[in-house]
Design a protein around this ligand. Structure first.
Ligand SMILES: Cc1cc2nc3c(=O)[nH]c(=O)nc-3n(C[C@H](O)[C@H](O)[C@H](O)COP(=O)(O)OP(=O)(O)OC[C@H]3O[C@@H](n4cnc5c(N)ncnc54)[C@H](O)[C@@H]3O)c2cc1C
Ligand code: FES
Length: 514
């Protein structure tokens, strides 16, 4: 069983050096996912110098966790978008999604990127009669926005009762794509730095980005970090972190090379990968929940497996992974200038279509940096849609506030550290304090403060992702506390490790108080 994404074989990881001296460029881009690399390529092509700063390796964030669907069928349907944003907002989302897929295709062609890109149809389907009317209504609205859709009885898979077919969508290997873009960006006064964590951005003229003891100065800085890093309000209250699960199953027989999304709740997204040497692999994702609000990752994978086995001739489950996405309270992503800043930009709230919307964000931010009008887009972070957003805003933030208070007052269970199963973590009481303890497969103990360094949420252990996750704004940390995903800019504080808790003298426990 492979616990990492199908796109991330270890051999592809880490080809660019960390930042090791000070630099000045036109634009610093924090984050080496699809948003950051698409923007970097666009700006370099337009004659600007850029520095992409990535704390892990290129493509190892959400881009590498994705399933590579490129689609104009958003997680929110077009009928809802039209109700919330009117004709122009829904139209803009449709237009930008299609333009993003075209942009990816044109780069694949012009830069000769081997990433298994190909056009395919997308099928939103129902297995129940109750889902049919929604598909018909959606087809009428989507067609109005220029999307090539049609309602079809059945569909390519035998269990599809009725479907809405989106023509001319696409799929690819997202990691090969972004790593090829990185190779094109690096050089001639532009840089890609890996294993370099940005700790701070000093706004000014120029802006100065601090990372690993060095600085990069630039006229423009872009947070292409999936959600902006540091404290960025109110934006961080307008997106909620969700965790999504994926399995990769081997099959006997082949599935037509299209994209499939059901209308069930919880929903499923499916695509084949035909590049495996020994036959087809089918990626099936779904079972989403709000990050760190559930702890039953094994049950989520089991549910996906049972879904797969009841519909396909599965021979084995070869991959399992989980990743994070950010959902905006009103259904559209946010991208453009952040707050009142004129030269600092961000992009977030892509939900499950961030490969296209991240590309759209990069093209829009690039347009603004190159002199375009920032006020044109419904996606701008400053938009205020009280009617569209109010209900979700209250629901998402009420649950975050509940966690902020309850996780401190209720306290953790008092699981003795030696009863924590090998390879798992728990927030538990040690000498009267809350401590996040991870017990490795060999029994080594890592003692961490459970307090998220962003704004103080209490992390929870995520067995499916092998990480500590914060329920407030979705920061994630490795078992030893290293930062995996923001908005936090640093890891969990390490407390003194105690290989044998029984032998530790009373009161000698070091580290942060909760
Ligand atoms: C399971 C799953 C399946 C998905 N499937 C699809 C799909 O099929 N189609 C689709 O369109 N979308 C999909 N998505 C959503 C999509 O993956 C994301 O929206 C998209 O990849 C976001 O790209 P990004 O470049 O903005 O962020 P990322 O790819 O996360 O890139 C941000 C980068 O910033 C880096 N970073 C963060 N903080 C710092 C710091 N302080 N210093 C330096 N670097 C930093 C991170 O390491 C990361 O590499 C899926 C998401 C998940 C979780
Ligand atoms: S991510 Fe904001 S408090 Fe943890």
């Amino acid at each position: 069983m492979n616990p990492s994404s199908i796109w991330l074989p270890a051999s592809q990881v880490g080809t660019f050096l960390p930042l090791s001296t000070n630099h000045t460029v036109d634009v610093v881009i924090i984050g080496g996912g699809i948003t950051g690399l698409t923007l970097a390529q666009r700006l370099k092509e337009a004659g600007r110098t850029v520095a992409v700063i990535e704390m892990q390796s290129i493509g190892m964030g959400a881009t590498g966790s994705s399933t590579g669907h490129l689609t104009s069928a958003l997680d929110i349907d077009y009928a809802s978008l039209q109700a919330k944003f009117g004709q122009s907002g829904a139209q803009e989302a449709a237009r930008k999604s299609e333009a993003a897929i075209d942009h990816i295709e044109s780069l694949v062609d012009s830069l000769a990127i081997a990433c298994d890109f190909h056009r395919a149809d997308g099928w939103r389907y129902t297995e129940e009669t109750s889902g049919e009317a929604g598909l018909v209504a959606e087809s009428e609205v989507a067609r109005r926005f220029g999307l090539a859709v049609e309602v079809v009885d059945g569909g390519p898979l035998p269990f599809m009762r009725r479907s809405l077919r989106f023509r001319n969508q696409a799929m690819f290997d997202p990691v090969r794509y972004v790593r090829a873009l990185a190779n094109h960006v690096h050089g001639d006064g532009s840089y890609v730095f890996e294993k370099t964590r940005v700790e701070e951005v000093d706004g000014g003229e120029p802006n100065v980005v601090h990372a690993g003891g060095f600085t990069v100065a630039a006229r423009h800085v872009v947070h292409a970090t999936h959600t902006p890093i540091g404290v960025v309000l109110p934006l961080q209250l307008e997106v909620a972190p969700y965790t999504s699960y994926v399995i990769g199953v081997r099959l006997t027989g082949r599935v037509p090379p299209d994209l499939y999304w059901d209308t069930a709740n919880p929903y499923h997204y499916i695509r084949p990968v035909h590049t495996e040497p020994d036959g087809a692999v089918l990626l099936i994702g779904g079972e989403d929940h709000k990050t760190a609000h559930e702890s039953d990752g094994a049950a989520r994978f089991a549910a996906l497996e049972s879904y797969a086995r009841s519909r396909f001739a599965v021979t084995d489950v070869a991959w399992r992974w989980a990743g994070e996405l950010f959902q905006s309270v009103d259904g559209l992503p946010y991208f453009g200038r952040l707050g009142g800043q004129t030269s600092i930009y961000g992009a977030t709230g892509f939900a499950g279509t961030g490969l296209t919307m991240g590309t759209a964000a990069a093209l829009d931010i690039g347009r603004i940096i190159l002199g375009g009008d920032p006020s044109l887009s419904e996606m701008r972070p400053q938009r205020f849609k009280p009617v569209a957003a109010a209900a979700n805003f209250l629901r998402e933030n009420a649950s975050a506030a509940r966690h902020m208070i309850a996780d401190r007052l209720d306290g953790p269970s008092a699981t003795p550290v030696l009863e924590i199963p090998l390879g798992e973590g728990r927030v538990t009481m040690v000498e009267g304090r809350q401590v996040a303890v991870y017990r490795s497969a060999t029994g080594q103990l890592h003692h961490l403060s459970p307090v998220c360094p962003h704004v103080g949420g209490i992390v929870k252990w995520n067995q499916a992702g092998g990480s500590w996750d914060c329920p407030l704004h979705g920061s994630r940390f490795s078992p030893d506390g290293t930062l995996l995903a923001g908005p936090a800019c640093e890891g969990l504080q390490r407390m003194r490790s105690k290989p044998d808790p029984g032998s530790e003298p009373e009161g000698a426990y070091g580290g942060a108080l909760v």
